[in-house]
Design a protein around this ligand. Structure first.
Ligand SMILES: [Zn+2]
Length: 113
């Protein structure tokens, strides 16, 4: 379950940022998780209950913003929904060159007190 490691790291980064800002505690942590990031939001929420104990985030609220995967076709210059890294452009049927969104795994924002 690598979500435990992910959440441990997220809490560590949040504590560091809170200390740097001179905050007493973190009241909310918002994470951005892409559909193709490899992390399962359900497992992250489960891990969250354990890893925040005894930290500045002990009473914080966790919000997970799910980012759907979006591909980009440079020929047609269109964005389209996709479910994987290798999908075709719905207009020209060419394999999509780029994944625009969907791999995010980051702290979007946090609230400090
Ligand atoms: Zn295209």
């Amino acid at each position: 379950m690598h979500e435990v490691a992910l959440m441990t790291e997220a809490v560590r980064l949040a504590v560091e940022a809170a200390r740097a800002a001179g905050a007493q505690r973190v009241t909310a942590l918002r994470l951005r998780v892409g559909a193709l990031s490899g992390a399962a939001p359900e497992a992250m929420e489960f891990a969250w209950d354990v890893v925040r104990r005894g930290t500045l985030l002990a009473d914080a609220r966790l919000e997970i913003e799910r980012v759907p995967a979006v591909g980009w076709c440079p020929s047609c210059r269109v964005e389209f929904d996709t479910t994987g890294c290798w999908s075709e452009c719905p207009r020209c049927q060419e394999p999509a060159g780029e994944l625009r969104r969907g791999r995010e795994l980051e702290i979007a924002s946090m609230e400090l007190e």
